[in-house]
Design a binder for this molecule. Structure first.
Ligand SMILES: NC(=O)c1ccc[n+]([C@@H]2O[C@H](COP(=O)([O-])OP(=O)(O)OC[C@H]3O[C@@H](n4cnc5c(N)ncnc54)[C@H](OP(=O)(O)O)[C@@H]3O)[C@@H](O)[C@H]2O)c1
Length: 282
């Protein structure tokens, strides 16, 4: 059997996976099938990878592929699933790049082999953590297909579905949340500096972050140990750390709460969309 894969949705995640699959030679370009709502993203992909198989629509892709990665927004996923349902079989393996539609709801449409996962755009540089939940039907063969791709570009962490929504703050959402925290750090530093630009501060901070991550990972240092080592009692860092310790828990508690509330709202909305689609189909 030819080694083939299909990708529905060529946005941030779909195009990243496409480029990585080709970069690591996991599937040959002419064995990859793609479908996307707008033609622009297909054209963009074709410019880079002219041998791709372009499908007119998602149905055509589902007819042609058994292993399919779906990378559409959570609230577009129910309609995509309903659209391809007639072409899915027991041999189909779906890898869905969001956990914001519950597996129990997805299984109502296709009671087959479904993996849901939370990738990260950090994988553009072959790093970061991918969170994954495999439904009961997923076989070892399926897991190999999934890991053969995601293991190359990230550390894959298998979690219970309910833990992914909290944990993804530290992985998938991390680049955005982290960027906001660092931006505020730079803005405050800028306020108290005399002759240094925002750009220069951002650059210095990024170099420090890069080095700090490497230091902690390479030397197996915990955050607590690092604080102990860097913030000498009575020194400057000590005073800064004291303020962070007092003020940050409320910020982070509220951040997590806000993301979890939104997560739950999307899961509920997608769930009722699926129930309505099933009802309409009766
Ligand atoms: N971005 C991240 O860092 C990240 C991390 C983890 C998980 N995720 C999840 O991964 C999924 C994709 O995220 P993203 O950032 O790649 O989103 P995105 O950039 O908005 O891409 C979504 C893609 O899906 C296409 N699409 C939407 N409806 C479609 C349909 N009915 N048929 C075919 N294609 C359709 C869109 O086509 P158009 O060209 O028409 O817009 C677009 O190319 C989301 O569920 C998101 O929650 C994202």
């Amino acid at each position: 059997m030819k080694k083939e894969i299909g990708i529905i949705g060529l946005g941030n995640v779909g195009s990243m996976l496409l480029s990585k699959i080709i970069e690591f030679n996991i599937y040959e370009e002419n064995h990859i099938y793609v479908a996307n709502r707008s033609k622009e993203k297909i054209d963009r992909a074709l410019e880079q990878y002219p041998k791709l198989n372009v499908c007119e629509n998602n149905k055509e892709l589902a007819k042609k592929c058994k292993d399919i990665i779906i990378c559409v927004e959570p609230l577009n996923l129910p309609a995509v699933m309903a659209e391809i349902k007639p072409y899915l079989s027991t041999e189909t393996y779906l890898m869905i790049s969001t956990t914001m539609v519950a597996s129990k709801d997805l299984l109502k449409i296709h009671n087959g082999n479904i993996t849901i996962f939370m990738p990260t755009l950090i994988s553009l540089v072959n790093s970061g953590v991918t969170l994954v939940y495999h439904s009961d039907n997923v076989t070892d063969r399926d897991k190999n297909i999934f890991e053969n791709i995601l293991d190359k570009i990230s550390e894959v962490v298998d979690l219970d579905e309910e833990d992914i929504n909290i944990t993804q703050n530290l992985t998938a959402s991390f680049p955005g949340i982290f960027a906001e925290i660092m931006l505020e750090f730079v803005k405050s530093t800028l306020k108290y500096s005399s002759n240094v630009t925002h750009e220069k501060l951002e650059k210095m901070l990024l170099i420090s972050i890069n080095g700090a991550s490497k230091l902690l990972i390479d030397k197996n240092m915990s955050f607590e140990e690092t604080i102990d080592r860097v913030s000498t009692k009575g020194g400057i860092t000590y005073e800064g750390v004291k303020v962070c310790k007092e003020k940050l828990p409320i910020v982070f508690d509220e951040t997590i709460e806000a993301t979890v509330n939104r997560y739950n709202a999307i899961v509920a909305e997608a769930g009722s969309m699926i129930d309505n689609l099933i009802e309409e189909d009766r």
